[in-house]
Design a protein around this ligand. Structure first.
Ligand SMILES: *[C@@H]1O[C@H](CO)[C@@H](O)[C@H](O)[C@H]1NC(C)=O
Length: 341
């Protein structure tokens, strides 16, 4: 499979195809999901990433072939532990040490692993046993990194969905659902104490789906609109992404964690959906992704975090054809696999 196949970008994200990779674009990453049976080889994917200005890639697990294929590319790698590994990571420090040695230490520093996410969307999983073991698991992974003298270079976090917020409008009133109470507070204290980011998945697409008016679409796609006034701060928000990220900022600040940074672990827009999935189209996916990238590159930031761009991982590099659920779930890919139909 020649790399040439990839030079035709499916969503025409020519914005990402840059000869000169400015250092200042280190905030643009991409998710590499693997729930698929038609993915290009790790070598081809590594080549593709190197042809773009994408500087970071998030794996959901710790696929050895992909981590190796990214060696010596300078591309930052986020890896994750499976939710199913959390009980063992929490209760057995040797298991945590082995996990870190096998999935991280073995590849470092050739492969530039920058963050380990312990589990994905655990706190809102409803599984109280798993939830109670999240923080001890994060602590054991952190201890194992410290023991390997990598504690300063590799951060430990976990990823949350926006449903963690009880309120997100207006942005200044953003707050977490008290139902997650002490557990969430413990994770935030860990983020704060270790300097790791709070990772969350804002999807303006879902906001539009629940409020499918034309002005909402323009607001979600960074297109001309009259904005939404936050009556508390008098800030007129011009796009949903900023509004959602600032709602998270407000929720963190309200709990006293003003120094904990936000990472957008996932955001994206599907190019295809079922007949009842309003807004899923090639045109909208191009507009969302293209305008989001331009917004991040502008370095304007959000109204509550001006002058810098939040680290953002686009969802996703490729379609995942084996995902269940509505058609949109299989239609977020920015690049088409050359062997997909
Ligand atoms: C966050 O960490 C700083 C520095 O370690 C500490 O002074 C502060 O009390 C922490 N904040 C919270 C809310 O725990």
């Amino acid at each position: 499979m020649s790399a040439l196949h990839f030079t035709v970008t499916f969503l025409l994200l020519t914005l990402l195809l840059e000869v000169n990779k400015a250092k200042s674009q280190s905030f643009i990453g991409v998710n590499y999901g693997q729930v698929a049976d038609n993915l290009p080889s790790p070598a081809a994917t590594s080549k593709l990433l190197q042809s773009t200005s994408i500087q970071k890639v998030r794996l959901y697990g710790s696929d050895a072939a992909m981590i190796k294929a990214l060696a010596s590319t300078g591309i930052g790698i986020v890896i994750g532990t499976a939710n199913g590994d959390i009980p063992a990571l929490a209760s057995d420090s040797n298991f945590a040490k082995n996990w870190v040695d096998t999935n991280e230490v073995a590849y470092y520093p050739a492969s530039k692993i920058i963050l380990i996410n312990v589990g994905n969307e655990v706190i809102m999983s409803g599984d109280n046993n798993l939830i109670s073991q999240l923080l001890p698991a994060m602590q054991n992974v952190k201890n194992a990194l410290d023991a390997a003298s990598l504690g300063d270079k590799v951060k430990v976090s976990t990823v949350h969905s926006m449903t963690l917020l009880k309120q997100s409008e207006p942005p200044s009133s953003g707050s977490f659902d008290p139902a997650y109470g002490d557990m969430l507070k413990g994770v935030l204290a860990f983020n704060n104490a270790t300097g790791s980011p709070f990772a969350i998945n804002p999807y303006p697409f879902f906001a539009y789906r629940s409020d499918p008016r034309p002005e909402t679409l323009a607001f979600c796609l960074f297109q001309p609109n009259s904005g939404r006034l936050d009556g508390n701060t008098k800030i007129n928000y011009m796009n949903m992404f900023d509004a959602q990220v600032d709602a998270v900022r407000s929720a963190l600040d309200a709990m006293g964690f003003k120094n904990v940074e936000i990472v957008v672990a996932e955001t994206g827009w599907p190019y295809k959906g079922d007949s009842d999935e309003v807004g899923a189209s090639i045109e909208n996916a191009k507009a969302y992704n293209g305008n989001l990238i331009a917004h991040l590159r502008s370095m304007v930031g959000t109204p509550l975090m001006p002058g810098k761009s939040v680290d953002t991982y686009l969802f996703a590099l490729y379609d995942e054809n084996l995902k269940s659920g509505p058609t949109s779930e299989r239609s977020f890919g920015l690049y088409r696999s050359p062997i997909s139909p």
